[in-house]
Write a protein that binds this ligand. Structure first.
Ligand SMILES: Nc1ncnc2c1ncn2[C@@H]1O[C@H](COP(=O)(O)OP(=O)(O)OP(=O)(O)O)[C@@H](O)[C@H]1O
Ligand SMILES: [Mg+2]
Length: 298
């Protein structure tokens, strides 16, 4: 048996504040096998992004963060990796990369796309020369269906459309063929048709490269289309998990049922275009269905 790409075991997180510690994750466990696409769904504030940030090693540097539990990447306990060797992992085949929600503000506006792209490629190949970097960047952009890659490389992020920037980000995130892609609400800042197109592209690419994916989303329609397996997180607890089809057809936990019943039924094929904000619809829904918080956390 090979190691899963990612294994999280009993992960706990709290933030220390002047009035005591606020617990955010209460011992979550999950794993992603090689080439598997796993979704983490839950309402706003449930702890999805902090989980991804811990995996990337971004929260560990925060003085107020109290973290315990295990995070293993390809069988290596990330705690045993010193920050320097962790940094060296970034952007190499033994690495992970992340796609954020808002592509335009995630791309540094001060440099043209080519400079940003070369930096990404240098993480895997520090001595890469300009011509090779340009060739690789052009190939990566062509992979995400960008028609004029040369022009895009000369441009700055603010000169490109949101959809174009999202494709650039996907191309960058996958350029070094990472083992794990963390996609936190990718494209929700874009309009729905552009979001659907870019997700489809991302889907094709991860399939081609057998990339493991942790896909964070509010949008259950997209999750159903994209994920092999789903974890449902509620207030820092994983309340249910299972293969996507089974979980959608026969949800066991009241919170999952509430989430699902709040989404219009999807009948057609393809990635549906539903914009939703669980924070807005869940509260009245819970009241309506008569669930108390205690029942939801059972
Ligand atoms: N640096 C921090 N200091 C204190 N609390 C934090 C910090 N970062 C996150 N939190 C809290 O942790 C909880 C989980 O946040 P997180 O960003 O993971 O939510 P989320 O599930 O990603 O929500 P959304 O769907 O809105 O993105 C929230 O209550 C948030 O306020
Ligand atoms: Mg988030």
């Amino acid at each position: 048996m090979t190691n899963p790409t990612l294994r999280i075991d009993d992960l706990r997180l709290g933030f220390k504040t002047w009035s005591g510690t606020i617990d955010v994750l209460h011992g979550i466990s999950l794993h992603i096998r090689k080439g598997e696409r796993v979704a983490l769904v839950g309402e706003s504030g449930s702890g999805k992004s902090v989980t991804a940030r811990i995996v990337l090693g971004m929260l560990q540097q925060l003085k107020s963060a109290r973290i315990s539990g295990t995070v293993e990447f390809e069988g290596i306990n990330l705690e045993t990796l010193k920050p320097a060797s962790r940094h060296a992992l970034r952007g190499t085949a033994m690495s992970m990369s992340m796609i954020f929600q808002d592509p335009t503000s995630s791309l540094n506006p001060v440099y043209p796309i080519f400079t940003l792209f070369r930096e990404v490629l240098q993480r895997a190949e520090p001595g890469i020369d300009t011509e090779t970097a340009r060739r690789k960047a052009i190939a990566a952009l062509a992979d995400v269906a960008i028609n004029e890659p040369e022009r895009v490389l000369e441009s700055y992020a603010f000169q490109l459309s949101g959809g174009m920037n999202q494709r650039v980000m996907i191309a960058m995130a996958l350029a070094n063929n990472p083992a794990l892609l963390l996609a936190d609400e990718p494209g929700t800042a874009l309009d729905v048709t552009v979001q659907a197109q870019t997700l489809r592209l991302m889907s094709e690419l991860v399939e081609k490269h057998q990339t493991s994916v942790l896909f964070i989303s509010h949008n259950l329609g997209v999750v159903r289309e994209f994920a092999d397996r789903v974890y449902v997180i509620y207030k820092g607890n994983i309340v249910e998990q299972g293969p996507t089809a089974g979980l959608f057809d026969n949800p066991q936990h009241p919170y999952t049922r509430a989430l699902l019943s709040a989404v219009p039924r999807i009948t057609g094929g393809g990635i549906p275009d539903i914009e939703d904000d669980p924070a807005q619809f869940l509260a009245p829904l819970f009241a309506h269905q008569g669930y108390s918080e205690k029942e939801l956390l059972k």
